[in-house]
Design a protein around this ligand. Structure first.
Ligand SMILES: Cc1cc2nc3c(=O)[nH]c(=O)nc-3n(C[C@H](O)[C@H](O)[C@H](O)COP(=O)(O)OP(=O)(O)OC[C@H]3O[C@@H](n4cnc5c(N)ncnc54)[C@H](O)[C@@H]3O)c2cc1C
Length: 414
């Protein structure tokens, strides 16, 4: 930026985070070009569950998951697993993850995420008011627990969200309610949350960026970001260089490829998840989550999208259809309804960090910023990330809420 407010900004990556950054930068008058190596929503932002649930935003690394994880990591087909022979980067991620799975680290992470989560839905309202024409539905999320499971862990998270200022309201009922089977003995009804169809939402966001004069170049694979003869420059593998005043790197699980060269040492590891859509015998009013199987169901037009698995794997690992079969199998005993017409099999890579905190802010290279690493909650937190980072870039004043997400944070803090 060299002391000036940037006029031209290049955003790399057209997922929910990159497009949100682009949209909010335009609000400040910036001319935006989005460079996407494939197509809008080609990464994790398409086939996900589409939950907008700020009340459930929490670091993934917590003591219970680590205990459960070490057991299930070794079990093929379990909801959380390490796939194939782990690379050195994966081993480093898992070591960092274990380091962060303590009660005090979890509390610290929760305190950092809470202000971001609290503003999450407000940023969606701002997009809607500004012309992003996509349906966002407000509903109660129902979370079904089996006899052996305890609601205490989730209630602890919800209390922490409430303490941090979120309006969190829930009740717990006994099971015996469609679509759950008899195995579900308790249901936590989390009120006032939202959901959307992520693909349709991303299309609407991209359309709005274009309507406001932004350019989205699909098929533009960025190879480097640096200073050329005319200043800051972004190079792709195919087209001409893009001269710019500022850059936002928002490449999801692929962040390390370019971010390491910008001094960002926070490991970003792919947590692969799978989804498909089905026709369910009974209509589904709102989202359903089954923590035992780590599977979600979300209304999706007149169908239902089902998502699940957390596979610590290569971000470009080949699609493995057995994962979808295993998700559907895990539902057989938990739901008392039939489904058919399985379509749209999909896999995507959640961008996970060891401390469960995203990386949002400036890098070592002047004028170059990163936004990503939101793990399981990039849709919920994408728009608020774009809003705060755009404010920070344009005002050139550090946003307090973004402090804990410093991309250059030292190892002792992550
Ligand atoms: C199964 C599953 C369920 C989920 N459910 C939810 C949910 O219910 N709610 C929620 O909030 N979150 C959910 N998530 C998480 C959420 O999907 C992600 O956190 C979010 O989509 C990440 O967005 P992003 O923009 O950072 O990355 P991405 O969407 O992955 O976008 C990154 C983009 O960068 C592009 N790119 C990469 N490298 C380059 C390059 N060199 N040059 C140009 N372009 C490049 C990629 O092609 C891609 O389009 C879920 C994820 C999964 C997998």
């Amino acid at each position: 930026m060299n002391g000036r407010t940037p006029r031209r900004v290049v955003v790399v990556g057209a997922g929910v985070v990159g497009l949100s950054c682009a949209w909010f930068l335009q609000k400040h008058g910036a001319e935006v070009t989005v460079l996407e190596r494939s197509a809008v929503a080609a990464g994790a932002s398409w086939g996900n569950a589409g939950y907008l649930v700020p009340a459930m935003v929490a670091p993934l690394a917590e003591p219970a998951l680590l205990r459960e994880g070490t057991r299930s990591l070794l079990t093929p087909g379990s909801p959380v697993s390490v796939s194939g022979r782990p690379s050195a980067a994966t081993v480093a991620f898992l070591a960092g993850f274990a380091r962060n799975a303590t009660a005090s680290r979890w509390r610290r992470g929760m305190a950092a995420l809470a202000p971001l989560a609290a503003d999450g839905l407000g940023a969606f309202d701002e997009l809607a008011k500004g012309g992003v024409a996509a349906e966002v539905h407000e509903r109660t999320v129902r979370i079904g627990f089996t006899a052996g499971q305890d609601t205490a862990g989730l209630e602890h998270e919800l209390t922490a969200a409430r303490t941090a200022g979120q309006d969190v309201s829930y009740r717990i009922s006994a099971g015996h309610e469609a679509p759950f089977s008899d195995q579900i003995t308790q249901i936590l009804h989390l009120h006032g949350q939202r959901f959307l169809a992520p693909g349709a939402f991303l299309d609407a966001l991209a359309a709005s960026v274009r309507e406001r004069g932004g350019e989205i170049v699909e098929g533009a694979h960025v190879r480097s970001i640096g200073f050329g003869p005319g200043g800051l420059q972004v190079d792709t593998w195919s087209g001409p260089p893009h001269k710019t005043d500022a850059v936002v790197l928002a490449t999801g699980a692929w962040l390390p490829e370019l971010a390491r060269l910008l001094g960002v040492r926070v490991p970003v590891q792919a947590g692969r998840g799978y989804s498909c859509s089905v026709r369910l015998a009974e209509p589904l009013e709102g989202p359903v989550y089954l923590p035992g199987a780590r599977v979600t169901l979300t209304p999706y037009g007149d169908r239902v999208r089902i998502t699940g698995t957390m596979e610590i794997a290569d971000r470009d690992a080949p699609f493995d259809g057995r994962r979808i079969d295993s998700i559907l199998r895990s539902l057989r005993s938990l739901l008392d309804t039939e489904w058919d017409d399985v379509r749209e099999p999909w896999a995507g890579s959640r961008p996970l960090t060891p401390d469960g905190l995203p990386v949002i802010g400036a890098t070592k290279l002047p004028g170059v910023h990163v936004a990503g690493g939101h793990g399981m909650w990039g849709v919920t937190l994408g728009p608020v990330t774009g809003k705060l980072l755009a404010d920070q870039i344009v005002s050139r004043t550090a946003a307090l809420e973004l402090g804990p997400f410093d991309p250059l944070r030292p190892r002792s803090l992550r």
